[in-house]
Design a protein around this ligand. Structure first.
Ligand SMILES: Nc1ncnc2c1ncn2[C@@H]1O[C@H](COP(=O)(O)OP(=O)(O)O)[C@@H](O)[C@H]1O
Ligand SMILES: [Mg+2]
Length: 246
């Protein structure tokens, strides 16, 4: 890493200037370095870990490294639009996603922002993207079957509601087909389905949405999409976002 003397002098000068001025605003910081989706920001003294911060131009980021004199922030979105010297604002909110009925039938990114052009998500309820799951003791035991609607699966390997199942196999063997058929078959069962697509092509996700729509099944589904074009921090967030919505 190249050290730029003018950067250091400007920071030292600022520290001297603000030495006895207690009223200095500490809720904004300044980008001192940006690259590879990570911004180093000076001046966010009170920021929390995993807090959502805002860069100019509606670009958001999440604080990851809290170091003594700077914080490392993973940028959600186009980091090339961020420049050294940009102001970063605290939101004082841990990264959270909108939750609730307003999400049904919607396609959103891992931050809960709509991708389907159907307008904003109208909800006041949010849940932190990362939270500790309740321990096994506190969980309700499996009491009800989950019918996939695929007779061979329901007969041979019955699934209980609340259980995890892994569908594994070579490509083009029908894994996605099983998942989508199961989602469509939940139309009258009251089960809400959340489909999290990570690193897939936008066209593939659009095809899934179209199939669900054509079968009248989108209304009980939420699609969380983080396509291959998104940055790594967003993709990392996708499963957490889906779980939080659930
Ligand atoms: N039971 C099935 N019978 C016939 N064709 C199927 C069946 N299940 C899936 N397919 C077809 O196989 C292809 C691959 O399915 P897909 O679910 O996309 O595979 P994967 O997700 O495992 O890569 C699709 O064209 C799909 O329509
Ligand atoms: Mg597939």
């Amino acid at each position: 890493m190249k050290i730029r003397p003018e950067e250091i002098t400007s920071i030292i000068k600022k520290q001297i200037a603000g030495f006895d001025a207690k009223a200095e605003v500490d809720e904004v910081g300044e980008v001192i370095q940006i690259g590879d989706g990570i911004a180093r920001v000076y001046g966010l003294e009170n920021v929390m870990a995993m807090e959502l911060v805002q860069f100019p131009g509606e670009i958001y980021g999440m604080t990851l490294n809290l170091e003594e004199d700077n914080v490392g922030i993973a940028v959600f979105g186009d980091f090339t639009k961020i420049k050294e010297g940009d102001i970063v604002k605290r939101t004082k909110r841990i990264v959270e996603v909108p939750v609730g009925d307003a999400l049904l039938g919607r396609v959103v990114n891992p931050l809960g922002q709509p991708l389907d052009g159907k307008g904003p998500i109208k909800t006041d309820t949010y849940a932190p993207a990362e939270m500790k799951a309740p321990g096994v003791i506190y969980r309700q035991p499996v009491q009800e079957p989950l019918q996939t609607g695929l007779m061979s699966i329901d007969a041979m390997i019955p699934i209980g509601r609340g259980q995890r199942e892994l569908i594994i196999g070579d490509r083009q063997t029908g894994k996605t087909a099983i998942a989508i058929d199961t989602m469509i078959n939940q139309k009258d069962s009251g089960v809400i389905c959340i489909y999290v697509a990570i690193g897939q092509k936008g066209s593939t996700v659009a095809r899934v949405v179209k199939i669900l729509e054509d079968h009248g099944a989108l209304g009980h589904c939420i699609i969380v999409s983080s396509t291959a074009e998104e940055t790594a921090p967003i993709q990392y967030l996708a499963p957490f976002a889906g779980a939080a919505m659930g």
